[in-house]
Design a protein around this ligand. Structure first.
Ligand SMILES: Cc1ncc(COP(=O)(O)O)c(C=O)c1O
Length: 483
């Protein structure tokens, strides 16, 4: 019989399991002490004289935003009840005129690709180097940005992700210096870095010279899901930025979500900072212990790599188990849920809400898994996706006449929607890119169902003879799959 409350009941059952949550949201299901007195339903208000108005910039919301800006060392901060997604749309709309060219880190999140479709932007992609044994992308370098800027003198913005899902931080000060020289605004998606300004020695991207940055408070601070932040330098008119955030957000912003950001900030400025420093030390110790053993490889600072000190990325493939296999075993044997698994790695999000006992439990499980890694689960080769082949602009592809066909029959077609393992939400094939057999094979390795129907464009289909870049290995049929 159908359940009376399928979603609510499923959440209650999941919460009762007492799994160790190594995933977002950053509060880890633990109601912070300061929230204990509050009933979320009682706080769920609307715009009243006393509660302020987000999009009109009225107190007390604007006061809370000002305090957050001060805490993060940014001239301006705007609350985003619609996640970093809302902030990315707003930031790009604020600086990228429709139709303009924009330099985009190809490892950006889906929301950047959607923003490009909304705004009809023409991407010039920046490709990063991959690092083994993780297969993850390395930092964006200022050299690369300078090179692209000189080839794209009309670029309206540069947008990149730092830190990445895997914790890789780019040298934003040098990238920002390169963009400033050309007077091109730098937008940084720091969705995974909302906690960084609260750690000793780290700053928000705007503190490094970015024009705008976006941070998901809900990912790494003890804030409720969808609570995020837009930071801006002093050159922006706040009324203008609010207008853009309003355009991409609900007209009924959640007061509990906004209040949770305010509370998380107050907590981080008090005892939360020390808790985060404790976690940072524990993560450093755990990375070292994993690497001393020498089978799994935890990503650590060094050799040109600078990492979010609280993010744990471990190549389990280096020790003979795929990331998918390791994540499954951690759940089945130890009730530990990772944030992300891919062919090579597991990724855990650790925050100020993780106790010493939680981190000990995680460490013991990873080390035990390493010791018993003759599990029969095959390790999988590289998590590096095949290079994209752009054919249409994001907007042309999203709005083009389109039809559906099974993924296994899509080789040679142009995607009308992103094909994207989630997490991390980085399209393997973005809308407007050609689907090659190598992409289909890669998506299969990411556990995509090849019989799943995907949307492809009617226009822009390429015949095999038209292909001009790196001919695909034809393991799969490139037949036209039109019904
Ligand atoms: C790098 C990156 N940017 C942006 C987003 C979107 O963030 P939000 O879920 O807060 O809208 C995500 C979500 O996972 C992300 O990983």
């Amino acid at each position: 019989m159908a359940e009376r409350t399928p979603l609510y009941s499923a959440l209650l059952r999941e919460a009762e399991k007492k799994n160790l949550r190594m995933h977002m949201p950053g509060h880890k299901g633990k109601r912070p002490g300061y929230f204990a007195a509050a009933d979320l339903f009682a706080l769920d208000m609307t715009e009243l004289e006393a509660t302020g108005n987000l999009y009109q910039g009225l107190s007390p919301i604007s006061d809370a935003e000002r305090r957050m800006a001060e805490a993060a060392g940014a001239p301006q901060c705007f609350f985003l009840p619609g996640g970093s997604t809302q902030g990315i749309m707003a930031a790009m709309a604020a600086v990228c005129p429709p139709g303009s060219r924009v330099i985009v880190d190809r490892g950006c999140h889906l929301s950047v690709f959607f923003a490009m479709a909304h705004l009809d932007l023409r991407p010039v992609y920046l490709y990063r180097r991959h690092l083994e044994p993780w297969g993850i992308t390395g930092p964006v370098t200022s050299d690369l940005v300078e090179k692209l800027l000189s080839k794209t003198p009309d670029a309206s913005a540069v947008i990149l992700t730092s830190p990445t899902y895997y914790g890789v931080i780019s040298d934003l000060s040098s990238v920002a210096a390169a963009t400033a020289k050309r007077r091109v605004p730098l937008i940084v998606d720091e969705a995974h870095g909302a906690h960084l300004p609260f750690l000793n020695g780290y700053r928000s991207a705007v503190g490094h010279g970015a024009a705008l940055s976006v941070a998901s408070a809900h990912k790494t601070l003890p804030a409720l899901t969808a609570g995020a932040l837009l930071y801006a330098d002093a050159s922006f008119d706040p009324r203008d930025l609010r207008r853009w955030t309003a355009m991409f957000g609900t007209s009924s912003p959640s007061y509990p979500v906004m209040a949770s950001i305010d509370l998380a900030r107050a907590y981080l400025m008090e005892e939360g900072k020390a808790q985060y420093e404790r976690v940072r030390e524990a993560v450093a110790a755990l990375r070292r212990e994993i690497n001393v053993r020498g089978r799994f490889r935890a990503a650590e600072d060094g050799n040109g790599l600078s990492l979010d000190p609280t993010r744990l990325t471990v190549s389990t493939a280096a020790g003979g188990i795929s990331g998918y296999g390791a994540s499954k075993l951690l759940e089945e044997r130890y009730s530990i849920i990772c944030e992300l698994a891919d062919a090579q790695n597991i990724v855990c999000i650790l925050t100020c809400a993780d106790s010493e006992a939680d981190i000990d439990r995680l460490g013991a499980a990873i080390l035990a898994l390493e010791d018993s890694s003759a599990t029969g689960l095959p390790s999988q080769k590289s998590a590096v996706p095949p290079r994209p082949v752009p054919r249409l602009s994001p907007r042309e592809a999203i709005f083009a006449p389109r039809f559906r066909l099974p993924l296994r029959r899509a080789a040679g077609k142009v995607a009308a929607e992103p094909l994207c393992p989630y997490p991390p939400g980085i399209p393997v094939v973005a809308a407007g890119e050609e689907i090659r057999p190598a992409h289909i094979n890669y998506l299969k390795r990411c556990h995509f169902d090849l019989d799943q129907e995907i949307m492809v464009t009617e226009q822009g289909c390429v015949s095999r003879s038209q292909e001009n870049t790196g001919g695909p290995k034809d393991h799969l049929s490139a037949r036209d799959g039109r019904p």
